[in-house]
Design a protein around this ligand. Sequence first.
Ligand SMILES: [Zn+2]
Length: 330
Amino acid sequence: MDTVAPLVGAALGRWALELAGRGWPVYPLRPGAKFPDWHRGDHCPGTGRCRGGHRTPEQMATTDPELITAAWGRAPWNIAVFPGPAGLLIIDCDPAKPGPGTMDGWTALQALAEQRGGPLPDTFTVTTPRGGRHLYYRAPAGCALRSTQGHLAAAIDTRGWGGYAVAPGSVRADGAYELLDDTDPVELPGWLVQANVDHGVTAVSGRTDTAVAVPGAFAAAAVREECRKVASTPYKQGRNKALSRAAYALGQLVGADVLAEDVARAELRAAVDSWGDAASIPKDYAVIETSLSAGRHNPRRITPHSTRTTGTRRHRAASPRKDTVAWTSD
Ligand SMILES: [Zn+2]
C-alpha cells in the first residue's frame, strides 16, 4: 500500500494535468471515491476559502498546472471534471438496473438516436467501473445546459452546469474510469440539445430545463460577460446589485430582439446557482424576473459597431481564476 499510493497519485496527477490541458477545469475527489474533497453549502463553516460566502468545487475547479501538481502531489485524489466551465455536456449512461426489461443507458441512447433520426458521432468516451460510459460533447455556445437525471431515459443522466463527472484515471474499489475513445469531443448533436431541454419531464432539481435558442455571437458574449460578473461577485459584496444590473442589461438585449428571454433567464439562474446559496435562490430568481422585465421595456439600440466590438471579445463563463483558487492552503 505504501509503495502503491505514490504511484497511483502520480498517475492521477498526470491525468488531471492532461484534462486541464484540454481546458477542462478539475477538482480533487476523495481518494477511491466519487465525492469532492469539500463540504456542501449547507455545512459551510464560512471560513478559509468560504470566508466571503460558500464556494463550490465548480467555482474552485482549475486548469492551473501548478495548483494541480501541488494538489495531486499531496494525495492520490480521484478527479472531477466540470463540464459547465469546460464548455462540455457529458452524457452519463448507466449500466442497466437489475430487474426484468430494464435497459442500460448506452443502449437506450442508441435507441433514442434511432427514434429521433439523429446521429450519435464518436466522441471522447470514458467507461465507468460498473460498465457505464460517459460521452463528452462540446456544448453549444451561449446555451447553459444544466444537469438532468433520468430525463433522456431512465438510465441516462446529463452533466452540465452544476454537475461534474468522475474523470478517466480515477479509481474505486470496484474498478477504474478508463478512456475508451480519446477523440476530441465533438459538438453535441442538435437532437441531443433538444432532447436535453425538452419540457414535459421535470428533472430532479425541478429547475434544470433550459430553452435552446442559441443567441448570436454578440448576445452570447454579452451573456457570458454579464453572468461571469454575477457569478464572481462575493457574498455580501453587492450580489443583489450585480444581479439586477446584469439582468437589466440582458433584458435590454431581449427587448432588442437579439437574445431569447429564456436563454437570458437560464444563464442568470445558472450564475445565481453557482453561488451555492440555496436559501437566497427564491429572492435571487425574483430579482432576475424584475430586472429582466425592466430592461426589456428599455431595449438597447444595437448598432453594427457595438455588435462588432463586443462580439470579438471572448469571455468564458466562470473561467477559473488563479487569484481566487487557494488550493494549496489546506
Ligand atoms: Zn463553504
